[in-house]
Design a protein around this ligand. Structure first.
Ligand code: ADP
Ligand code: ADP
Length: 227
């Protein structure tokens, strides 16, 4: 369902991604690992049509990312749940108002807003916090809200960049449980991390990047002993 063929992205003479090829089927759980600067964010942003590629083919479903026109980019992004490294919320708006802004952008009919919002916020156990402002929440709570927001359009694929960075162990575990639960319900999860303890203990297919190259695609997972 997701296919990359020789995907390459260069900045000056830095290979952010170099000849990356892989196929990810619907329902898979995939870690993307590697040291800082290895190319993880670039790869995730290519997959979500947030970055152009220099050469190669990137396909999600029947949509070829390289040839996207603007309106197709929006169509594609609506099929994806994106949890970025930084959770951008509108700071003066409550969680409820932030969610409403998103649902409006997604063109979800107004009469469905309440139900949809309750559904996604309940799934991350954050329904009690809807009247708060973003900065009144802990980092872990904000991450849960960011995940709930990514679920608003019921996407078949979720792309998450370092969702447990800067979290204490307990919050990180809670966040990961949310992703595992979503995956069990059939959602494809592509998750970048350099938390080797997590990758080693909760095993899933692992793609390892180094200097922009895919140096390992391991169905049994585990963090490389060498990085
Ligand atoms: P990671 O997420 O694994 O830390 P990135 O994908 O962010 O890696 O970066 C891969 C490489 O590409 C790094 O060397 C980084 O400095 C470079 N890079 C990423 N984005 C840009 C950009 N917009 N301009 C220039 N260089 C970039
Ligand atoms: P696109 O070409 O689709 O706009 P890019 O991935 O080339 O996407 O660029 C993403 C962002 O990184 C843009 O805001 C761009 O201005 C910036 N960028 C691209 N190349 C460099 C670079 N060499 N140094 C600094 N910023 C860069």
């Amino acid at each position: 369902m997701i296919e990359l063929k020789n995907v390459t992205k260069k900045y000056g003479n830095v290979w952010a991604n170099k000849n990356i090829s892989c196929v990810i089927e619907q329902g898979e759980f995939v870690y993307v690992v590697g040291p800082s600067g290895a190319g993880k964010t670039t790869l995730l942003e290519i997959l979500s049509a947030q970055r152009s590629i220099d050469s190669g083919i990137a396909r999600i479903g029947n949509i070829e990312i390289e040839y996207l026109r603007n309106e197709q980019i929006y169509k594609l992004r609506r099929q994806l749940g994106i949890v970025s490294q930084k959770d951008l919320f509108l700071p003066r708006l409550t969680i409820k108002e932030n969610m409403e802004t998103c649902m409006s952008a997604l063109e979800i009919p107004t009469e469905k807003w309440e139900e949809r919002m309750a559904e996604v916020l309940t799934s991350v156990e954050m329904m009690l916090f809807i009247e708060r402002l973003p900065q009144e929440l802990s980092v872990g709570q904000q991450k849960k809200i960011a995940i709930a927001r990514a679920l608003l359009n019921d996407p078949p694929v979720i792309i998450a960049d370092e969702p447990t960075a800067n979290l204490d162990v307990k919050s990180a575990k809670e966040i990961m449980q949310i992703f595992f639960r979503l995956n069990q319900m059939g959602t494809t999860i592509i998750l970048a991390t350099h938390d080797s303890t997590m990758v080693n203990s909760l095993r899933h297919r692992t793609l390892e990047l180094k200097n922009g190259e895919l140096i390992r695609d391991d169905p049994d997972g585990g963090y490389s002993r060498f990085s």
